[in-house]
Ligand binder design. Structure first.
Ligand code: PRP
Length: 214
């Protein structure tokens, strides 16, 4: 039997996914060993391989079939626009994609003016402003600490993830508009979906059952 490969996004989503699988009896003790530098972990009982990747690379691994299954945030899925099947809402990693900024930016935002929008998510931001709001904006791609942009005058607003809202609050910013709700999703390679349907279905079932207990 060939190994079924599962790509996980480094960090909290990966840890939470492994905990759920463990509870479902699909364990991989090596995975949580803090001393190991290994990149790939196996579960021999179910012939599974797991690896940790950068979040935005997870849909890429899955689209090309280097991983059969992936776990990834809905934000990354939308931003990357890869050809993969989204098969399950994992219900954790919940947060919101929002337009944020200082309260003083609200007027310019509502007037539909040519505002500057800093974001790590240019596809989602463009889609929201151009298609949903019919508003022309200037999008500035950034790679992190997006909240800095309106504070130092790089942009009027930002499009970013809000979880607890603490980062915004601590920096004198607020949510101006909500774009969409996010959570972790399971994705599957379209060929794997056909060729490995029973094993993929087994994993979906196992995770679903555990999620229902929460
Ligand atoms: C994310 C996001 C916000 C923050 C939101 O950043 O970009 O900055 O978390 O969380 P909060 O509402 O609970 O404060 P992350 O920590 O992933 O790092 P980044 O700035 O490099 O994107």
């Amino acid at each position: 039997m060939r190994y079924l490969t599962i790509a996980l996004p480094k960090g909290r989503l990966a840890e939470k996914t492994m905990k759920i699988l463990e509870r479902a009896g699909i364990s991989c003790p090596e995975f949580s060993d803090p001393d190991t530098r290994k990149l790939i972990f196996t579960n021999e009982e179910y012939k599974l391989k797991f690896f940790n990747a950068k979040g935005p690379d997870v849909p890429t691994f899955v689209e090309y079939g280097a991983a059969d299954i992936g776990i990834v945030g809905k934000d990354t899925l939308l931003e990357e626009g890869r050809n993969v099947y989204e098969v399950l809402d994992m219900k954790f990693g919940r947060c919101r994609m929002c337009v944020c900024g200082p309260e003083s930016a609200r007027q310019a935002l509502n007037n539909g003016g040519l505002i500057k929008v800093a974001t790590k998510y240019p596809v989602i931001a463009r889609d929201y402003f151009y298609k949903k709001k019919n508003q022309t904006v200037e999008i500035i791609k950034m790679n992190g600490s997006i909240e800095l942009a309106p504070i130092v005058g790089l942009s009027d607003v930002i499009v970013d993830i809000v979880e607890t809202g603490k980062t915004l609050k601590d920096n004198g910013l607020c949510v101006l508009e909500e774009i969409l709700q996010l959570s972790a999703r399971m994705i599957v390679n379209p060929v794997s979906m056909k060729m490995e349907d029973s094993r993929v279905a087994m994993i979906i079932r196992a995770i679903k059952q555990e999620l229902e207990k929460e």
